[in-house]
Design a protein. Structure first.
Length: 456
DNA sequence: TTAGGGTTAG
């Protein structure tokens, strides 16, 4: 009895240290426990594995798993659930699937959490059909879906372009007695906002208010972002004020949303004021906050400050991501420093980032603006993946250089590949062809575009 | 386990 009690206490103590990211202290408690004759059990190792997955790395968690096995403790469903969640969080699809397979092979029964995580995994990787199959497996295996199951399902449908199905499911569940939680409302409001369905979003927001639940920082940030996206800047700023008064600006989310929106609408002074507020409030800066700061520097043309900050971030041990590098590459392009941008693109590759479509698009635009259109064309041809930004940028710059026939060819290949392009861009090509005496080519071009559209 | 923030065209 004494042993059970002390083992439980030990695990509570370890869980507390793990929760506050003090893994070394958690490990020290284990050593103390062993000294006192209390050996770590399956709960101890599961707690550690979960914490290592969250705060260190999945590999570190695997080494705990090895230690667990060496100690003769058999991993259970919770062990695998933690590892699986870690793999999904780190965007490791094949590793996630391997873990699930390994679990089945070892005869460890998956529970509803396992299936929830697996379903989330498939949605995250844009595989809604597989995700739905997992949902069916929950039922087929006689497990009961829990509220989170439905939240994951609604969220996954929203994110994979099935907004109607998500909304329909939400209403259906409500008819069957499902009481939405704040998470559910936030998922749905976010999905509706991103799909541009503002009226439905405001209906759900009203329902959230009537349900007696209190909107949280996430609700506010979601709605605020939606305001900025639909160019209601003043309304967005009013939401920020409300968030500040409610104490909802305890992290960088709201500030970063506002700063990026202000920068995009060229309100640099206001963006700087907001950034100062973020820095003054002592909020711990994460990578997104740093990226926003670098973005602000770049838009002010302060490239040296931006690169210096990037250097400091890396020296401080934080790993920059593709956003950081792309923002810098775009900044260098915008000030006409093409060589610098090219060097940074190479640096990004040496840092292990794969070819980045946005960075390439910035390069295309930068090269064109620097008058190196032929090089931009070569760059364009070497690109394996292109999007509407790639095409629009090149076509517009070709028009600016009055190379309308070349522009029409690029635009046609864009439409043929099923990509949408601004009507104004298309108009510029047509007008250019007419005004430079290529009337018959313009007419042919127009009918080819129509045909290409019909075929798509 | 599930919800919010950051990059490119006009």
């Amino acid at each position: 009895m004494v042993y059970i009690l002390s083992s439980r206490l030990l695990n509570i103590c370890i869980a507390s240290f793990c929760k506050s990211k003090q893994l070394e202290k958690a490990e020290a408690v284990i050593i103390d426990g062993i000294r006192l004759g209390v050996l770590p059990d399956v709960v101890t190792y599961n707690t550690l594995i979960d914490a290592y997955c969250r705060f260190v790395s999945i590999d570190a968690a695997y080494s705990i798993l090895a230690r667990m096995r060496e100690a003769g403790i058999i991993p259970d469903t919770i062990t695998y659930n933690s590892l699986l969640a870690g793999a999904v969080r780190n965007c490791l699809l094949s590793q996630s699937l391997d873990l699930f397979e390994e679990m089945l092979q070892a005869g460890i029964s998956p529970d509803v959490w396992t299936y929830n995580t697996l379903m989330h995994c498939f949605f995250k990787f844009g595989k809604p059909d597989e995700a739905y199959r997992v949902f069916r497996d929950i039922i087929l295996n006689n497990l009961s879906p829990c509220p989170a199951t439905f939240n994951i399902l609604i969220n996954g449908l929203c994110r994979n372009g099935y907004m109607d199905n998500a909304f329909g499911l939400f209403r259906n569940l409500q008819r069957h007695g499902f009481v939405p939680k704040l998470v559910t409302y936030n998922i749905l409001i976010n999905g509706l906002c991103k799909a541009g369905r503002l009226k439905a979003a405001s209906t759900v927001l009203k329902e959230l208010g009537e349900s007696g639940l209190e909107p949280n920082a996430i609700t506010y940030t979601t709605v605020m972002k939606c305001c900025f996206r639909s160019r209601k800047i003043q309304q967005g700023l009013e939401i920020l004020s409300k968030m500040i008064s409610k104490g909802y600006t305890f992290d960088g989310f709201a500030y970063c949303t506002v700063i990026a929106a202000l920068v995009k609408t060229r309100k640099i002074k206001e963006a700087n004021d907001c950034m100062e507020r973020l820095l003054r409030n002592g909020i711990e800066l994460d990578l997104v906050s740093y990226n926003t700061l670098i973005y602000l520097f770049c838009k002010e043309g302060k490239l040296e400050a931006a690169i210096k900050l990037l250097d400091e971030i890396e020296k401080g041990g934080m790993e920059c991501d593709k956003y950081t590098h792309t923002i810098i590459i775009d900044g260098l392009c915008k000030v006409g420093n093409i060589e610098g941008a090219q060097r940074h693109l190479n640096y990004m590759n040496t840092m292990g980032f794969d070819s980045n479509l946005v960075a390439f698009n910035c390069m295309i635009d930068g090269l064109c603006k620097a008058g190196r259109i032929d090089y931009a064309m070569k760059f364009f041809e070497s690109m394996e993946i292109k999007d509407s930004f790639t095409y629009t940028s090149l076509v517009q710059n070709l028009c600016r250089a009055r190379r309308f026939r070349c522009a029409s060819k690029v635009l046609l290949s864009c439409v043929k590949s099923g990509m949408k392009i601004f009507k104004s861009t298309q108009r510029a090509v047509l007008d250019g062809l007419y005004s430079t005496g290529y009337g018959s080519q313009a007419r042919r071009f127009r009918s080819k575009i129509r045909l290409a559209r019909l075929l798509h």
